[in-house]
Design a protein around this ligand. Structure first.
Ligand code: ADP
Length: 449
């Protein structure tokens, strides 16, 4: 300030002195005024430079200033740099915050008071078929047009979530979305979305399963209660009574098999995956499964099947004995149950080129047309309903086989075509297969029936 005053005084005095020298006292006054004027112009120019610099807001530039303007410039520069630093750290925090929301498995949409999109993460964009960049500023009700959403958004009760099925053609877009709005701030809204397609599917499967089990149990129960009523009301000959009791026994057996298969499935789903602890001989497993199959063939087929065991290289499988036996028996009993009497069933274990071990069952039965193949391992899925029931099928056999294979890290595969028989196989990964030494190989035997 003093410097500024000194500058002014210097200019005024210089002007006055110049006026005095050039003329009279009046000249000195005029000279002083002229000096003050010149100072004002110079000061004004500095103020202009300062304003220009402020307008350009370019901190890398240093305007030519002096005195109080230089000081003002330095203070402004310091404040601007401090504000810039603060803005930069806010930016970093905002970026981190948005990145965290971006990484959320849930969809997040921020809406302003009028329902325009302020920000949307990629998950919500996929769920709702939005474009995370282009749709910012658009009204959400123009983009998500499900009627349930429109009435939810226009109401003011957001306590419960709603479910919508977005109609979009985007890849990865889920078919069922759960969505809830949470109001915040001044009429702003936070909208959260969740993909519930899998949950919905699981729920539908559960409903189907309960309906199927009820249906499977109701049929034998109805038959049983019909026979009980007959026995109670009609005076039957001893031979007829025995006949009815035999039929009742069949129905009771059917329910028993169903319950036993259901229990097997639930055990497979609920128990830990079998470890690598127990090594089982592939040929011993097959021998055990085959004795049951031959007995079954004799009971249900006239003439019995020709069952051929094709001996392979001896190896051992690591896994659960009861599970592997159950899977192998299921495939063998299916081959026998669906192949007419006198047909041929070939079975055995073989080692594939890629190191996997494969148990296969090949039959000369009716075969299965291609459209059924992908669904065969679904619970209660049957191609031939009457043959399945006649031969005591529950519709759960292949579901059990698939579970057992998957629990051992393996796969089930089915090759079949109508009229040409079928081949079912279970492949076990190399980690669960151990080749037997030459001395341990089983003796060469042909196991025809
Ligand atoms: P099920 O107890 O009815 O045999 P599965 O789950 O074992 O149930 O098999 C599902 C369906 O697949 C059967 O109902 C049958 O229609 C068909 N199927 C299974 N194995 C064979 C086979 N070897 N030949 C022809 N059809 C078969």
């Amino acid at each position: 300030m003093t410097r500024r005053l000194l500058e002014l005084l210097l200019m005024v005095s210089a002007g006055a002195a110049w006026g005095l020298v050039r003329s009279s006292a009046m000249g000195a006054v005029l000279g002083a005024m002229l000096g003050a004027g010149v100072w004002l112009v110079i000061d004004g120019l500095r103020a202009r430079r300062m304003l220009d610099w402020l307008n350009r807001a370019d901190v890398s530039e240093t305007p030519r200033l002096s005195g109080i303007w230089q000081e003002l410039f330095e203070r402004c520069l310091k404040t601007i740099k401090k504000l810039e630093k603060r803005a930069r750290s806010s930016d970093v925090r905002l970026t981190n915050f948005l990145a965290a929301i971006q990484a959320s498995p849930n969809g997040v949409v921020l809406l302003d008071a009028t329902g325009q999109i302020e920000w949307v993460n990629l998950t919500a964009a996929t769920h709702l078929g939005l474009d995370a960049q282009r749709d910012v500023g658009q009204y959400i009700q123009n983009l998500v047009r499900a009627p349930a959403f429109t009435s939810y958004l226009s109401g003011d009760d957001f306590r419960a979530e709603i479910q919508i099925s977005p109609v979009g053609s985007r890849p990865l877009q889920p078919s069922k979305i759960s969505l809830q709005i949470h109001p915040y701030g001044s009429k702003r809204k936070l909208m959260l979305t969740r993909d519930v397609t899998a949950l919905e599917l699981a729920e539908a499967m559960r409903r189907d399963f309960v309906a199927n089990v009820s249906h499977e149990i109701r049929t034998p129960l109805t038959v049983l209660s019909g026979f009980i009523e007959t026995l109670q009301t009609l005076p039957l000959e001893a031979a007829d009574q025995m006949k009815y009791l035999g039929l009742m026994n069949q129905q009771a057996q059917r329910m028993q098999t169903l319950v036993s298969d259901l229990l097997t499935l639930s055990r497979l789903e609920g128990s830990p995956v079998p470890g690598q602890g127990e090594w089982l001989s592939s040929e011993a497993l097959l021998s055990q499964a085959l004795s049951e199959t031959r007995a079954l063939s004799k009971v249900i087929a006239v003439p019995p099947h020709h069952i051929v065991w094709l001996p392979g290289p001896g190896f051992e499988i690591a896994g659960s004995k009861s599970e592997l036996l159950s899977a192998m028996s299921n495939l063998l009993s299916n081959a026998v149950r669906y192949t007419p009497g006198g047909g041929t069933v070939r079975t055995g274990w073989r080692r594939r080129q890629d190191g996997w071990a494969e148990f296969f069952v090949e039959d000369t039965g009716p075969g299965i047309s291609a459209e059924h193949l992908p669904r065969l391992t679904e619970r209660f899925y049957r191609v031939d309903h009457s043959r399945s029931r006649e031969t005591g099928g529950t519709g759960l056999g292949l579901a059990i086989v698939k579970h057992v294979a998957q629990r051992h890290g393996g796969q089930i595969s089915i090759q079949s075509s109508l009229g040409k028989g079928s081949t079912f196989s279970i492949a076990m990964p190399p980690t669960r297969v151990r080749q037997l030494k030459q001395s341990e190989q089983p003796a060469e035997i042909s196991h025809g029936n």
